[in-house]
Ligand binder design. Sequence first.
Ligand code: ADP
Ligand code: ZN
Length: 776
Amino acid sequence: MRSMYATVVVSSRQSGIGNGLTYRVGLGQGLGLGQLVKVPLRKRLVEGIVVDVSEEKPEGDYDLREIAEVLGDSPLLSEAQIKVARFIAEYYVCSLRQALSPFLPGMLWGKLLPEKECFVTLASLAPPASALGALAGKQHDTQKKFGKKQQELLDFLQGKEWVKWNNVQRETGVGKAILKKLVEKGVVEIEERASAPAFAVGAIRGSTQLTTGSPPLLPSDVTLTPRQIAAYKAIKADPRPTLLFGITGSGKTEIYAALIRDAISEGKSAILLLPEILLTENFIERFQKLVSSDAIAIVHSRLTPAKRRNEWRRIRAGEIRLVIGSRSALFSPLQNLGLIIVDEEHEWTYKNEQSPRYHATKVAEQLCQAEERRRSPFETALAEPVLSHIEGLRPPQGDTAERLEASPKLVLGSATPSLESWNAAKTGKYQLTELPERFGGAALPTVRIIDLGEVQFGKAYPLSPALLDAVKLRLDRHEQSVLFLNRRGFATNLLCMECRYRFEEPQTKLPYTIHRRGMRPYLLSHHTGEELPLPENCPKCGSKNLRELGAGTQRIELLLQEIFPEARILRADSDTLRSPEEMRSLLQKMKEGKADILLGTQSVVKGLDLPQVTLAAVLLADVGLSLPHFRAGERVFQLLTQLTGRSGRSQPGEVIIQTFRPQTMEITLAASHDVRTYMDRELLERTKAQYPPDTDLIRFVFSGSDAAAKSKAFMNIWEQETRNQKLETWRASRAPSLFGGGKIWHVFLRGKGVREALKRLPEVEATIDVDPVECL
Ligand code: ADP
Ligand code: ZN
């Protein structure tokens, strides 16, 4: 017998062991990848996950300790999940333990093991001789021998195999005392079992017995329009990830429904990711009409740890066929995954801003690839004892070819795709499928651009007379308005009111922001850290008419209330909305017509479906555009396009965009609903300026009072390193973070394949963010 060695990642957060430790596998310790074990660590026993099993002893002749105990009958994680965790650790530069953490919610992994459940069956299926004898001997008074309740239970079990006691109890109403009597008499057998079957093999086919209850699909059906059918068929025919580019209201949800229905009816399971699960209840209702609610799990970060674990176990046990959730739902331990849908794939919430700093789309791609190869014979052999332990779960018959199923399908849906996905579609990495029309031929709202530079404001700034007229019109007609202000209204910059020149950093073309030291304002570049005194004159036309842009929701609410004293105004921003319940009640008020104007920040735009809204307005489109961020334009364009999708959902609507720079392409192209042209041009701009998606970008975040010094030292090392290697196409820049108060500094590394450089740099005391989304 050869010795076996296992690499185990322990759950405790000690430094230096995040990538696992090697242990000897004891004789007779049946062990598979992903299995939970107890291992000795210093003087304690700790929980860990097996991430590798090998026959080769690792290098070095130190004494290896032995795995103390194997916990649970079957692995907590699948081979595919471990593979993806390895990818995350490598790509996003973190330890394997960090990469595994989203797969295993909570620190106490043991709590994820299946809870033992009680199963019962009639002993006559395999009657022990003694029981048979006893039965035969008393054949004549069988009727008398069993009480009424006992007989009911026996009748219920007649002709069935092992049944979950919980279900028996629910259906017959018979109590545990009755069961105990029958067990004592030897006519009923009872067994405690963990209900989680092994991964991937026939789990769904066999699961009906373990999870009695309604079938997962409800009898409702999906009816698609001819256009939708064409898109649906195209998606089904292509194994690549699909970018479903469908304008707002085109019925992407219906296509998701059709795809989910198909996956489930083929015995597979699906994940549906949403950017902000708590704002999308209506949306979720759609899927609750399709899939039985016992087969849906809703997973998001605000679940309590206990609830989270409970959902995890239900998913792992094969009870769940559809997981709907925010980005972390991607890590659900689903059996037989067939489909991943990422709705509103452009949303920034798909990037995790804590370690591991993954992007959900990237991880979803990896998950689909890793699931492609199902099970090696080795794994199947390992899993067998577990399988035969649970009735109805048998390894698939037939040859290996049958086990190699198609990889899960990935579908990314958006009306305004991210530049990353757009680029992938252009290069053929993704399939592109379009839905260019709204359902039922509904018209897109008309968009009016108001040039704020032309408006004579009194104290009503930034509410233009035209906007106020439009709001008044809605008030008179008892219709509703949504007024939208960019959240970061406090990032201000400087604009010439004569020629509309925006003060920007010449090299990066990103705007300077205005900061104050005491009362004295100055301009700061957030990409080079350069500071300039506030100029008196415009460098282009010489005008002295320079203006600082910016405004807050609170001031505007007061202003609106003064102008329209009768109007019922709701304000929705991070100050007024602290919980999802508050958001829900606010939306309820709008739906019930108990408010006239909703004034809010960007959260208002997301997923809003308010039928009585006929006016949607952006108060200062430039505020977003003035952020010193290469994604600022894309962001604004997405918001404007989403906003145009929010108005006039059931009646003709109007959109007003107020701006100081009406000629910027984000504004003109959003106004003409020309998403394609915008994305093509923006992609070109990005490529020219060497920004993602054409170029790789890595952010290093230095924090603390010595952040400036640390980042500077890092820059020096970088410069030396690249000079030695003559890698001029890689660039680095350093600047204070916009909101860090001088205690957070960023270094950005930019260039094709710049990730390679990470391997050559010494360890640095900074947070590393690969493919950053947040850069301010
Ligand atoms: P999107 O997600 O693309 O913005 P939705 O899926 O929300 O669009 O669809 C917009 C509206 O059109 C919804 O009210 C939806 O119920 C309706 N709709 C879309 N497709 C169909 C269809 N095939 N049958 C019935 N209603 C549909
Ligand atoms: Zn000027």
